[in-house]
Ligand binder design. Structure first.
Ligand code: C5P
Length: 230
């Protein structure tokens, strides 16, 4: 992956939480306000999983997935509908990585400890001046444990299902709220119960429960916490 070298004293704001809590949108807005770089760590897992799928790896066997990484040529730039333009071997895969198949494959390879270690340096390389906003599951606990500001963003399962349904509706897709809520609960369970880097709140993270908050209110809360650091 093609990022410049990281510097440990460059500030990082981490935003962790379950899927559908609005981490990506909030992270992009905060990064935009502060002029910081953006790391959508889920996109890294999604691209790695897509590459493994395309390379016919057996996604249940860690060594098979790891083998494909030596030939992975992935780049990430700001842009695209989801805030990150991802390329694999020069091809824009920003849309493909958002598919259900890529999401499931990502959460399958994300349980593998050596895969997580292999992708950790690629994530840390995004720590470039003047600063970084990183969203994911283990940004504050594992990847950037020294981040000066850590946020744990949550929302109720029902609220996350409603938000997802709205996103799908905007794309012309009708969804069943109960089924969406069930899929979200299953993904939460997988992310929180895995052995390595499970989704968990860092002890020094600020919790924001966003069920009844607008995006603007969430962003305002994060920026206020950032400014309070002086
Ligand atoms: O956030 P997103 O839904 O794009 O992430 C896809 C999958 O990648 C998640 O379900 C999770 O299993 C995994 N992931 C992870 N650690 C991160 C980001 C994502 O394990 N920091």
């Amino acid at each position: 992956m093609n990022s410049p070298l990281a510097e440990p004293d460059i500030p990082v704001i981490t935003i962790d939480g379950p899927s559908g809590a609005g981490k990506g949108t909030a992270a992009a807005a905060v990064a935009g306000e502060l002029g910081f770089h953006l790391l959508d760590s889920g996109a890294i897992y999604r691209v790695a999983a897509l590459h493994a799928l395309r390379s016919n790896a057996d996604l249940t066997v860690e060594s098979s997935v790891l083998q494909t990484f030596s030939s992975m040529r992935a780049t990430f730039e700001p842009g695209g509908a989801d805030g990150v333009a991802a390329k694999l071997d020069g091809e824009d895969v920003s849309t493909q990585i958002r598919s259900e198949q890529a999401g499931n494959a990502a959460s399958q390879v994300a349980v593998m400890p050596e895969v997580r270690i292999a992708l950790r340096d690629a994530q840390r390389a995004f720590r470039v001046a003047p600063g970084l906003v990183a969203d994911g599951r283990d940004m504050g606990t594992v990847v950037f444990p020294d981040a000066p500001l850590k946020i744990f963003l949550t929302a109720s399962t029902r609220e996350r299902a409603l938000r997802r349904a709205k996103q799908l509706k905007d794309k012309g897709i009708t969804a069943n709220i109960a089924q969406l809520a069930q899929a979200i609960a299953e993904r939460d369970d997988r992310d929180a119960s895995r052995e390595h880097s499970p989704l968990s709140r860092a002890g020094d993270a600020i919790s924001i429960e966003s069920s009844s908050m607008s995006l603007e209110e969430v962003v305002e809360r994060i920026l206020t916490a950032w400014n309070a650091l002086g």
